[in-house]
Structures are given as C-alpha cells and as structure tokens.
Design a protein around this ligand. Sequence first.
Ligand SMILES: CC(=O)N[C@H]1[C@@H](OP(=O)(O)OP(=O)(O)OC[C@H]2O[C@@H](n3ccc(=O)[nH]c3=O)[C@H](O)[C@@H]2O)O[C@H](CO)[C@@H](O)[C@@H]1O[C@H](C)C(=O)N[C@@H](C)C(=O)N[C@H](CCC(=O)O)C(=O)O
Ligand SMILES: Nc1ncnc2c1ncn2[C@@H]1O[C@H](COP(=O)(O)OP(=O)(O)OP(=O)(O)O)[C@@H](O)[C@H]1O
Ligand SMILES: N[C@H](CCC[C@H](N)C(=O)O)C(=O)O
Ligand SMILES: [Mg+2]
Length: 486
Amino acid sequence: MEKKNITQLLKGLEFELVQGNLQQEVSDVQLDSRKLTDNSLFIAIKGNALDAHRFIPKAIELGAKTILLEDIPESLVDGVTYIKLNNTGQAAGLVAANFYDNPSDKIKVVAITGTNGKTTVVTLLQNLFIKLGYNTGALTTIENKINDEVIPTKLTTPDPVTLQYLLSEMVKKNCSFCFMEASSHAIVQGRLHGIQLTGAIFSNISHDHLDYHGTMKEYINAKKRLFDTLPKSAFALVNIDDKRGPVMLQNCNAKHYSFALHTMANFKGKLIDNTFEGIQMEVNGHEAWFQLIGSFNAYNVLTAFATASCLGEDEISTLQALSELKPARGRFEQLVSPKNIRGIIDYAHTPDALENVLETIKDIKEDGERIITVVGCGGDRDKSKRPIMAKTAAMLSEEVILTSDNPRTEDPDEILDEMQEGISPTQARRTQVIVDRKEAILKAVEMAEPRDIILIAGKGHETYQEVNGIREHFDDKEELYKAFQQ
Ligand SMILES: CC(=O)N[C@H]1[C@@H](OP(=O)(O)OP(=O)(O)OC[C@H]2O[C@@H](n3ccc(=O)[nH]c3=O)[C@H](O)[C@@H]2O)O[C@H](CO)[C@@H](O)[C@@H]1O[C@H](C)C(=O)N[C@@H](C)C(=O)N[C@H](CCC(=O)O)C(=O)O
Ligand SMILES: Nc1ncnc2c1ncn2[C@@H]1O[C@H](COP(=O)(O)OP(=O)(O)OP(=O)(O)O)[C@@H](O)[C@H]1O
Ligand SMILES: N[C@H](CCC[C@H](N)C(=O)O)C(=O)O
Ligand SMILES: [Mg+2]
C-alpha cells in the first residue's frame, strides 16, 4: 500500500488545521492509544464510556505524529499535527477508508441489519458464495472470516478502523464479496462510514437494546439509517412480513426489493414442513429441502436466496447450494443423550427469538414430550427484556430453570430477581432459579425423562461467561455433553 499524507486521509471531510503540516506521511491509523506506533495517526473520540482525548499525551509518547480531535488541548507538542473535526467518531470510518485505499470500491459489500437472523444469514451467504465459486469474506458475531481463515472478534460489527482493515485484507485475497452484520450500535456510531454498500438487507425488528436506544422508535430509526444513505446503484432488500420493512424503504434511493412468507413480494417463500432434521420450503415456485431447523429459518433461507438473486446469481444453482449448507454454530444445535433426551443449544437472547425457538420446538415435538428451558439474561444490557424472557420461557415450557448469562458488572442475583418478576405464582411452582449455569444445565438433565427436550438458550456459540470484565471459559454444548454422559 502506498504511503499517504494527512491531506489524502482527510479527503471528503471538513476540518481545521490547529497546528502542523498536512503533507506529513502517516504510517498507521488507530482509535486505541495502546496500539500506536511511530508516525501513526490517533483519532481521539468521545466514546460511550471514555473520552479518548485524555489518551492524547500517551498517544504522542508512543509515536503518534498526527492527532484528530474535537477539543483542542491547552498545550500543543512541537512536531505533532493537530486537526480539529466536529465529530471524530463519525469521521473515523472515512479516514480509515482513505488510509486503506477505499476497499469497498473493489469488493461488493452487503450489510444486514435487524434484531434476529443476521449471523445466520451472513453465514449462509458466505458459505453459499464460496460454493458458487467466489472468494468471500464474512463479518459476524461469531467470528470474522476471509474464505476459511478465521479472525476472532468480540463485536458483531467491528470498529470503523478494523472494518476498513478487514475489507482491505479481503481485497488483497481477491474476495469478490463481503457479507456483514450491521448492528444498531454500529449504525448509530457510524462504524460503517466509508463503506460504499452494494446492498442492504432488513430481517426483522423486535424488542432489544432499549438500554442503548431508549425507545423502540429510536431503535427502528437506527436500523433505517442504513437504508437512508444507500446510493442509487445499490439494492435494498426488506422483509415485508415485518411491518417495519416498508419503513426502511421510505426515502431510500436504492432499488427496492422485498421478500415474504405471508404477503406478496418480489421473493416469495412458503414453509411446507418443519422437522428436527430441517425445513421443506417453496421458494419462488421451486421446492427444496434445507438443513436449518425452525420455522423462523424459512426467513433466513429466503433472505439468502433473495440476496443471491439481487447479486445476479441463478435461482436453481443457488437453491441447490443452499440446501447443502449447515446452520451457523450455536443456532439450534442438537445433541441427543444415550437416554434419548434431546438437548438444543440456541442463541435466542431476545424475547422474540426465545418465543420463536420455543414455538418451533412445540410444533415439531410429539405429544407428551416435555420442554425444559434453561435461560438467563445478560448484565449491562436491556433490563426490560428480563421479565418478558422469563415469562415467555414459562408460558412455552413445562419446566424452567433461570440462570446466569454474562452478568458482566451486575449482580447475577439481581438479574434473576428481575427475570422472576415476569413469572406468575402458578408458573413459579415449575420454575427454579440456579445462579450457576453449569449446575442449571446439570439439573435440567437430571430432571429430564427419555424423549424430553432441553432448550439451553442465550449463549449459542459463546465459549465464555463474562463476570466483571473477565471472560472465563464456558461452553453450553460442552456442559450439556458432559451432563449427558453422567
Ligand atoms: C456501547 C458500545 O457500543 N461501545 C462500543 C464503542 O465503545 P466506546 O465508543 O464507548 O469506547 P470507549 O470505551 O468509551 O472508549 C473511547 C475510545 O477510547 C479509546 N481508548 C480506550 C482506552 C485506552 O486506553 N485508550 C484508548 O485510546 C478506545 O479505543 C475508544 O476509541 O466502540 C468500541 C469500538 O468501536 C466498542 O468496542 C465498544 O463496544 C463495547 C465493548 C460493547 O460492549 N458494545 C456492544 C454493546 C456492541 O457494540 N454490540 C453490538 C451488537 C449488539 C447486538 O446486535 O446484539 C456489536 O456490534 O457488537
Ligand atoms: N429470522 C429470524 N426471526 C426470528 N428469530 C430468529 C431468526 N433467525 C434466528 N432467530 C433466533 O435468533 C437467534 C439469534 O440468531 P442470529 O445469531 O442469526 O441473530 P443475530 O441477528 O445475528 O443476533 P445478534 O444481534 O446477537 O448478532 C437464533 O438463535 C434464533 O433463536
Ligand atoms: N450481541 C449481543 C449478544 C447477547 C448475548 C447474550 N449471551 C448476552 O450476553 O446478553 C449483546 O452483546 O447484547
Ligand atoms: Mg449476530
């Protein structure tokens, strides 16, 4: 990559030069003062938790020669270029895109937003496009990937600088496509700025993240912002069975496309059969069988199909390849015990997802088979979903065990008290509270009779339990497997 000077990195941005030299070359761009090296550029943002302006002296000590900031410090260091911007957080993506040669000009980037189904759809799309013969990248909650190469992540949507870096690596590896999740946090924080999208997808919206967005209206607006900025050349693909689907398309310049299972749409699907082995569907008039379980996955399969069509792929080859694909890790993963108890690990961590997954189990199971649900709610996240998730679990299962799921900085017992507020006195008789997740899983297995079904919800692929900033190894699947051997 050719070395760039500050003027080149600020292309497209309004700025004020406070001190220094705009011709200075920049070796690297960073949002985190701890990662700086000689001659790098530090973007000081006002974050949710910290104001990074306080790290400017440290950044300079570590070698930063250029600082992008909002507030000018009282004393300036000689030899350092200071540039003032109105909003460094929103500018970071553009600066990084300029630094990494605007990778999204050379790779087709498609982003999906919505409360549930993003990881499932992105995983399907990456595997589909690889089967169709393309080098393809994917940015998901589970991990980031460039073809088969795995790059671990802690975020659903990476920070704006990492994002541009990953896209540039995909370009280097000749990827034609990148499929990515756009979380509502990322959209509001402008992590996608600097990406020229080829398409945007809306899956659905239901209750989540109200701690961050405040109201459902603001949460919906956050998702809509992804569509408001799409260029004319892009496609906007929305689920119009969801009443917010059409909202996403209002004042959206891109080409409009819709998909649905229950209304007329450009891409039309119909669920024909739903079993513990998979789903049978009709997709735009073609019948096919898929290895994903749960009626809600009919939407995810249809979304992947519709996206491939919007990208010009042939319908029949797409369906053939889709029917060979396995679900994403931790999404309706099943384990059957030697005593014939069925365990299901699922990432349902919202009221809607939990309801869907339990409804689907109810639809598939035989009469007399009981459902035992083990579920918790995350700390430092939307508190208002806690009683609703407990209530949903109690309404749709025979037995419930409430337990911990990443308490983070909160007291796990308090989270469980808040969950229990959603449980009626009658439901309380078949609800237990076991704060230790391992014990909760063991108890569920102990209670289960042959043919019963245990749903362990909320953590899916996660391999940790986060307490006070420390992530200890914990894996629902491992724990269930061990409990099944006892
Ligand atoms: C609330 C939220 O979204 N926070 C995210 C946000 O952090 P922030 O802006 O608040 O950063 P901060 O901690 O205040 O620090 C401010 C700045 O100081 C810098 N810093 C910090 C320390 C230091 O020593 N030196 C330094 O320079 C940081 O690099 C940062 O640039 O931007 C950071 C980088 O982009 C993220 O890592 C961080 O995610 C936190 C850890 C998080 O938990 N986020 C979750 C809620 C999140 O984003 N989730 C969504 C998915 C949700 C879903 O759909 O389920 C996601 O996309 O992952
Ligand atoms: N289309 C869908 N509609 C409703 N619920 C779904 C759908 N797809 C998946 N789910 C449920 O939501 C859970 C999470 O799915 P997935 O990981 O694909 O969503 P996500 O949008 O990526 O979530 P996150 O916001 O955490 O990144 C699944 O385990 C399942 O229970
Ligand atoms: N991306 C989501 C994941 C939630 C998963 C659940 N296990 C939890 O910790 O609440 C979040 O950070 O809110
Ligand atoms: Mg996800």
